[in-house]
Design a protein around this ligand. Sequence first.
Ligand code: GAP
Length: 448
Amino acid sequence: MSDPDVTPDAPSDLPDSDLMENVVGLCKRRGFIFQSAEIYGGFRSTYDYGPLGVNLLRNVKNAWWEAMVQRRDDVVGLDAAILSPPAVWEASGHLSNFTDPLIDCRKCNQRWREDKIDGVCPNCGSTEFTPARAFNLMFKTHAGPVENEGAVAYLRPETAQGMFINFVNVLQTTRKKPPFGIAQVGKSFRNEITPQNFVFRTREFEQMEMEYFVPPAEAQHWFEYWLDERFSWYTGLGIPADQLRLRHHGADELSHYSAGTADVEFLFPWGWDELEGIANRTDFDLKAHAQASGERLEYFDQVANERYVPYVIEPAAGATRTMMAFLLAAYHEDEIAGEARTVLRLHPKLAPYQVGVLPLSKKETLEPLARSVLTSLQPHFMCDYDVTQSIGKRYRRQDEVGTPWCVTIDFDSLEDHAVTVRDRDTTEQVRVPIDQLVAELRSRMDQA
Ligand code: GAP
């Protein structure tokens, strides 16, 4: 059984500006993403993740952790501090190099990132600018009650340095040998000159980074290995391959530490843009921290009886930016029996709710059974329990937020101890015995 006349279309069928507007509107309307401090007029470029957004973002991070840590025996996790002393950023090169070229429009005084505008002020159209000056993107603060130079601290602009400065701690406590990786997910902060495109570029964001330490001679092999792995991660979670590409950086584009970088790019409504950078950071960071700290940040290979500084291959992704790409790729509009519907075709692993539990009627006779079905599903799946309005409207609401399966409890359920499971994408409905429901939905999850 299925809803009749489903005519799917592709997100690319929508004009790009509509797609962006529709997704941003959906995020606000359904509680994915709110403007931060909205009741005070909003705080520019900061966002709060609402009840659905927090689930989706958490699922993106969990899917990354599962692929990068849980399913591997050569990668371990870390959760390092966000606040860090200047010595870390001095050694890493961020204090001197982590800058963007800042220019002021001489007519309207708006400030821009020189490399992000086409020689014309986006605000007033003037072509008169001050010369570019290097603007450091790090947020500076003071740790403790005294605001002097000795108390300066920085909010990390990348999670990566936490992995480098803990290299020896991890090596000693885990007894890992190169090639091995340290992975971390967490907040990073950059005082972006022009934050833009919703959560694509913000001043506070989340990263998912892994530093993979390898013998120097194997660096190119592992660089290519991680390009493949990371590209497949996105397609495996439902982003169509034709909306993704790998782009190798030209020599003039490389970061100060990189001997080679390629970006995984997604076809955003404004064009191709970066989701993740995969870089060969060489031994730059370990050597820099060794020199600055006086500690030996090396690996001793007992078999070869040699000591060396590993090279590092780094897949560095943005969690918040990736969440936005998943939303854009999942957004579809189609029709069911002539009625328009919006559907987020999110991978079940990512969907904010895996299951909508919908008693057909609010009548008290159905409530105890519906609640017991809900309770039996909750240890296994994130569920939404919805009793308001017609069943058709409830299906549409679940489709709109990407819930892959709805479970409907009707009056027959009281007799046959079975429920109807409806699939979001095909709208097919099948009857499933309640005592087989968890197994049925688990098997669908595994096959997704
Ligand atoms: N450790 C290397 C590093 O941080 P990056 O290319 O500067 O490399 C990695 O950042 C990823 O972090 C980017 O590909 C992007 O997804 C995300 N990212 C960087 N700046 C961001 C911002 N201002 N807002 C949202 N995401 C950002």
